[in-house]
Design a protein around this ligand. Structure first.
Ligand code: ADP
Ligand code: MG
Length: 688
């Protein structure tokens, strides 16, 4: 049987069922998959360092001769050392291998080898421990591990770099020209990009650093180009789909009925949405604003606008408690103007739901706020004109479109508080028009943030006590712990910590909410806190999503070093929503400079974008994407921090191509089209 790119990975020589399972853990199922499993990093083993210049701490290649026969030492049972001395013209190095007894016979006195490893020092002597070793004449030849730039692959248990090297080599040879390649020939030429064969060969086995760079550039460009094309096509489809054409209204009429003056950013967002809805095309707009920037009022303005045009709105929130809050807020804004606001959530009785449905169908409600109960088949609108969803990443495209199908091409407005660095926004929002709310309503008291350690515990308790005596409420946040996961030393579990606090403050009402509780119980605890029935809410990050408790003026985050910066920012947004001075106290005993630097960012800025950028810089995009909060497909090679230039070039190229061939029907673009479709299949529900 011939092995092809489609063959299972176990078809490769030396890959038994165990190794095949280990490959599958890395997402490698077929021989072809292996070709796109890119090295995590590279080690430059092409340059040799004279021993005299090899500094302790450096990882280097040394070309040296074994000066005396290697000696075997048994220190104790199960621990054998092979020791040897190697020399070059400039000096000597002591080499030790632990439990690699075969080295005694594989390294010969008088022969010269390339050793690769990290230089150590014992007394005056330079040392290498367990270095890679290869006979001088083997270095740089096919299959060698020195004398060239070595790829270092991600591994899973059961795999070694050696196994990976052999498997990737075999996969590349078997695939031949059958490589993933979505770039049309003309794009390659126009942008000076390498051919696929060259790119895949050199991303794995770089001939030199220049070749590696060319390979990387080609693959990054391809990845970003395909993503841009896919996004661009979606956008194109939308602009060809007609939307309800609304008649212009004087939004000033709505603004003047508000209890406050809208900020410039709010006004601009409302006007843009109004323009969209009057354009005749379908609106698909994202309102992106930091917590507390006043997105709800923008939504209310749009509801009003649509109502003036004789249409209804659906407003979907991720939880019942949020739905309830939005209902209350919308009623405040809209009922005085004559709109009728209703609510539909899962916990309502069948009778209550039926009533809301009847009102909706008869056109007697102008807006219904709800959870995904809204997408049930039994829900019908008389004239649905606009669908609003809050907290974007909680809903998939599927859920959103199930709702829009209840109308005749209603417009869409999405609200998100996830701040996204500009670098990423370019990619993610390919299909959305974005309004950024970069201005907070006036008169906010900035939250005071402090970073403290365990020694402050007594004072913290006293501070809680004092604020509660003043009538305020307190959030205490503990790190989320996966089910069944052992609690690492020193980490506070929410339940246990709640008991500790209760015994420290016996007269205060302490409640606890965490992810393992049933949704209904969670909501009940949160609702009690929102209603002021408890003083202290000890919680895991389940409180992250926009619950509004203006009376909460203190947030204490335990083991703060365990949280991502963006997450801390979202959490902190739960306080400072009322007229009281609010405080955020990050408790951490971590001594590492990284943790300290991270927490300092929180103390120094409250700007969600700056924090997201710092987060991206400190954690790297891998992690940033890893959290999967941003609806982004996983990127293989593109490090968006560094690759801004390629990103822009690829996006412009994609736009130009789509202008000429919007549907990618030209024969030269067939593979590109297939690749775009695949991207959406893989990421169904994640892209907007
Ligand atoms: P978010 O963007 O987090 O959803 P909200 O819509 O909940 O923010 O608004 C936060 C608070 O700010 C609310 O109490 C709201 O009434 C108030 N608010 C919104 N816009 C303004 C404004 N222009 N001036 C004063 N207060 C405002
Ligand atoms: Mg909100």
């Amino acid at each position: 049987m011939t092995i092809t790119a489609e063959s299972p990975i176990s078809a490769l020589r030396g890959v038994g069922p165990k190794k095949a399972a280990a490959f599958e853990k890395l997402g490698v199922n077929t021989v072809g998959d292996l070709v796109t499993l890119f090295p995590r990093r590279y080690e430059d083993r092409t340059r040799f360092t004279p021993i005299a210049l090899a500094m302790p701490g450096d990882t280097v290649c040394i070309r040296a001769m074994v000066a005396a026969p290697p000696r075997l030492n048994r220190i104790r049972r199960g621990m054998e050392l092979v020791k040897l001395r190697a020399v070059d013209d400039t000096g000597a190095v002591e080499i030790t291998y632990f439990n690699q007894t075969y080295r005694k016979d594989s390294l010969h006195q008088g022969e010269t080898y390339i050793f690769y490893g990290k230089v150590g020092v014992v007394g005056q002597r330079k040392t290498l421990t367990n270095p890679v070793a290869e006979r001088e004449d083997r270095a740089g030849s096919p299959g060698s591990v020195t004398g060239r730039i070595m790829p270092i692959y991600p591994l899973s248990a059961g795999l070694t770099q050696r196994v990976m090297l052999d498997a990737v080599r075999a996969a590349l040879d078997l695939c031949g020209d059958d490589l993933p390649n979505a770039l049309p020939e003309e794009i390659l030429n126009q942008h000076g990009l390498a051919q696929a064969g060259f790119a895949y060969e050199n991303i794995h086995f770089p001939a030199d650093l220049g070749a590696l760079e060319l390979a990387r550039r080609r693959l990054i460009f391809e990845e970003l180009f395909v993503l841009s094309c896919a996004m661009g096509r979606m956008r194109g489809e939308r602009s060809r789909t007609g939307g309800l054409k609304m008649a212009p209204q004087k939004v000033q009429e709505f603004f003047s009925a508000l209890p406050f003056t809208p900020t410039g950013a709010q006004e601009r967002a409302v006007l843009s949405a109004a323009d969209d809805m009057c354009s005749g095309a379908l609106m698909n707009r994202l309102i992106q604003g930091d917590v507390g920037s006043g997105k709800t009022m923008i939504a209310a303005a749009c509801v009003w606008y649509v109502w003036k045009n004789g249409y209804q709105c659906a407003f979907m929130a991720p939880t019942e408690i949020l739905a309830e809050q939005h209902e209350k807020t919308l009623k405040g804004f809209l009922e005085p103007l004559g709109l009728r606001v209703g609510r539909l959530v899962g916990s309502m009785t069948a009778k209550q739901k039926r009533e809301v449905n009847e009102l909706l169908q008869a056109g007697l409600l102008d807006v219904v706020v709800g959870t995904h109960a809204l997408i049930q088949d039994s829900v019908h609108f008389q004239k649905l004109g606009l669908v609003i969803t809050d907290e974007q990443h909680r809903f998939g495209v599927g859920q959103r479109s199930a709702l829009t199908e209840k109308g005749d091409h209603p417009h869409t407005l999405v609200m998100s508080a996830t701040p996204i660095p500009r670098t990423l926004a370019l990619m993610i929002y390919g299909d959305l028009d974005v309004s950024v709310i970069d201005e907070l309503p006036p008169g906010r008291q900035p939250i005071e943030t402090y970073v403290v350690d365990e020694r402050y515990r007594e004072r913290l308790n006293a501070f809680m006590e004092r604020l509660i005596a003043e009538g305020r409420q307190v959030f205490v946040v503990c790190p989320m712990v996966e089910e069944n996961e052992e609690l690492p030393e020193g980490l506070k579990s929410a339940e246990e910590h709640a008991r500790t606090i209760q015994s420290a403050l016996p007269s205060r009402r302490v409640a606890c909410v965490h992810g393992r509780m049933k949704a209904k119980d969670k909501e009940a605890v949160m609702a009690a806190f929102a209603a002021g029935e408890t003083d202290i809410l000890v919680a895991t990050t389940v409180i992250e999503v926009g619950v509004d408790v203006p009376n909460a003026a203190l947030m204490i985050v335990e083991n703060a070093e365990r949280f991502g910066l963006s997450q801390l920012h979202q959490l902190r947004g739960r306080i400072g929503r009322g007229k009281f001075q609010s405080y955020c106290i990050l408790v951490s005993d971590s001594e590492t400079p990284e943790a300290k630097a991270r927490l300092r960012v929180m103390k120094e800025t409250s700007d969600g974008f700056k924090i997201a950028e710092a987060d991206l810089r400190q954690r790297g995009p891998g992690d940033f994407f890893g959290s999967r909060q941003h609806g982004l497909p996983e990127m293989h090679v593109a490090d968006l921090c560094d690759d801004m230039n390629v990103l822009e070039e690829a996006r412009d190229a994609a736009q130009a191509l789509l202008q000429r061939d919007p549907n990618l029907d030209e024969p030269g673009n067939r593979r590109l089209k297939a690749q775009c479709d695949r991207l959406f299949e893989i990421n169904a529900g994640r892209l907007n």
